[in-house]
Design a binder for this molecule. Structure first.
Ligand code: ADP
Length: 498
């Protein structure tokens, strides 16, 4: 079992000093305080990062404001913004293995998966958004003002960068979430203060180094590290922000939303989920079971769209769930840097306690465990992939977001019942349907209240396809053309040319 990075550059980065990027320079926190960053595979201390407070946040927001107003950025040609974003994409790709190793050490995830997925998607996000920098368009309007005798009006709209963006991101896909926030904001011409999660700040700091080398003007991208309740809260309530973009849990999203509303700061919130997976009776049992297992166990279940509730038609329930349980039992737990690892540790001791607490609660409420059901071996924050059956909608494990490798399974007999069950949740982020019955699939899609419905796949993302939630899973859409709307304001112009 290996838990060591192979690249000298990764080792040098982990061992080197960690400072925050403010106004193009690297700074310690105002107080000099730091936060320990742990390796979740063994609980050891990897390094320390600055613990930002309100003063640091204020400096970063002011730097972003000056950069937004400065002509080096505000008058930069869209083609030049595009070129910078394309360079950023190339730089991420050139450091793909290093980023993957950093993510494995900091978050616990498989380096192989991180390289293929997180890093590739992050680079592609910069590349995709680079294209939009030159395609931000308003529209023209033939204005005909009813109470004016003149017919000599011309109207048009401009899409203008919203301004200074505060971005607060979670720990489950640290680099990818940084890319989802930075790339569209920069394409639109905004400046950004990014706060990564305290559990996983490292890839954002490394990305900051690359973006500096890429040539973004000082202050356009600022990266501050700190706790949510201090640095995050100070950022969310800072009156100098024009927009806050958050990805994380629903309770934290609500707190951020309240703080933002006091200043009328624009906000987009990508929050929690409890995504249903619906398996119809016509499926190939093995393929469906593999899909169900991947939907929940990918990234150790630490995915906002994780398929954490499965509804399987009564005709195939026993066979599908038996197979899912055997996949769960066969998965190899280990550190993300070990190429044979199939399921890494959870990110932190806090998450470990939380997830184990849910498994206990489910068992106490009467659920039956058919796979896993407890902590994995070793000092790391491992939880065995767990499958609970005999569950129902009165149980906390069915109603609440667990954010770990825990699946609850329920039976259904007809589409009306499964629609009711699938929608019986405050969340509405994702859902998947497993079937080849086109008629049933098309009956279900419009009735499922979720921002994304996958068919015969789950949690797949494409930079061109908008992503976001219904209900308490948030507001706004990331990715695709829709992302640009979140970082631009519409200005209407009416000209009287009589
Ligand atoms: P978790 O509870 O799993 O850590 P959160 O949604 O609380 O998930 O965390 C996601 C991000 O939100 C992190 O960057 C965290 O530091 C930040 N955060 C947590 N609490 C607050 C808060 N009150 N205000 C602003 N940001 C916060």
């Amino acid at each position: 079992m290996t838990n060591q990075p192979t690249l000298p550059t990764t080792r040098a980065f982990i061992a080197g000093p960690k400072r925050m990027l403010i106004n193009g320079e690297w700074h310690d926190s105002a107080t000099g305080e730091t936060i320990e960053v742990l390796n979740p595979a063994d609980g050891s201390v990897l390094c320390r990062v600055p613990n930002a407070n309100e003063t640091d946040i204020d400096r970063a927001v002011q730097a972003a404001r000056r950069a937004f107003d400065d002509s080096a950025w505000s008058r930069m040609k869209p083609t030049d913004r595009e070129r910078l974003l394309l360079r950023a994409a190339d730089a991420i790709e050139a450091s793909a293995r290093e980023f993957a190793e950093i993510e494995a050490l900091d978050n616990g995830k498989s380096a192989a998966v991180a390289e293929a997925l997180d890093v590739t998607m992050a680079a592609q996000c910069f590349r995709y958004m680079a294209g939009w920098a030159t395609k931000i368009e308003g529209s023209t309007v033939d204005a005909a003002i009813p109470y004016s005798p003149s017919n000599a009006y011309f109207g048009y709209t401009r899409k203008e960068a919203v301004g200074v963006v505060g971005a607060i991101i979670p720990w489950n896909f640290p680099l990818l979430m940084a890319a989802w926030k930075l790339a569209p904001a920069l394409a639109a011409g905004c400046t950004v203060v990014l706060k990564p999660a305290e559990d996983t700040p490292l890839s954002a700091l490394r990305l900051g180094e690359l973006l500096q080398e890429t040539g973004f003007p000082a202050g356009v991208v600022n990266i501050v590290t700190g706790y949510g309740r201090t640095a995050g809260a100070a950022l969310a309530k800072h009156p100098g922000l024009d927009k806050i973009a958050f990805t994380g849990s629903t309770p934290t999203g609500k707190a951020i939303g309240h703080a933002a509303l006091d200043n009328m700061t624009r906000m987009s919130l990508e929050l929690g989920g409890k995504s249903p997976v619906i398996v119809l009776p016509d499926v190939d049992i093995d393929k469906a079971a593999e899909g169900v297992a991947n939907a929940i166990f990918f990234n150790s279940g630490q995915v906002c769209t994780a398929g954490s509730r499965v509804y399987v038609h009564d005709k195939v329930f026993d066979r599908v769930m038996e197979r899912v349980a055997s996949i769960a039992d066969s998965m190899k737990l280990g550190p993300g840097l070990d190429p044979s690892t199939q399921i890494g540790p959870l990110v932190s001791a806090r998450q470990l306690d939380r997830v184990l607490g849910y498994i206990d609660a489910g068992q106490t409420e009467g659920a039956r465990t058919i796979a896993g059901g407890g902590r994995g071996e070793g000092a790391g924050f491992f939880v065995k992939p767990t499958v609970l059956v005999d569950t129902d909608h009165s149980m906390r494990v069915v109603r609440e977001e667990i954010f770990g490798p825990v699946l609850v399974a329920m039976r259904f007999n007809d589409l009306d019942t499964v629609v009711k069950q699938a929608n019986d949740t405050p969340y509405g982020l994702g859902a998947s349907i497993w079937s080849n019955d086109l008629s049933a699939i098309h009956k279900l899609i419009p009735r499922i209240k979720a921002g994304t419905v996958w068919v015969n796949c789950h949690s797949l993302l494409d930079n061109a396809v908008p992503f976001g939630g219904f209900k308490q899973s948030g507001f706004g859409r990331e990715l695709g053309r829709a992302a640009l709307d979140m970082y631009t304001e519409t200005k209407s112009v009416l000209i009287n040319h009589a």
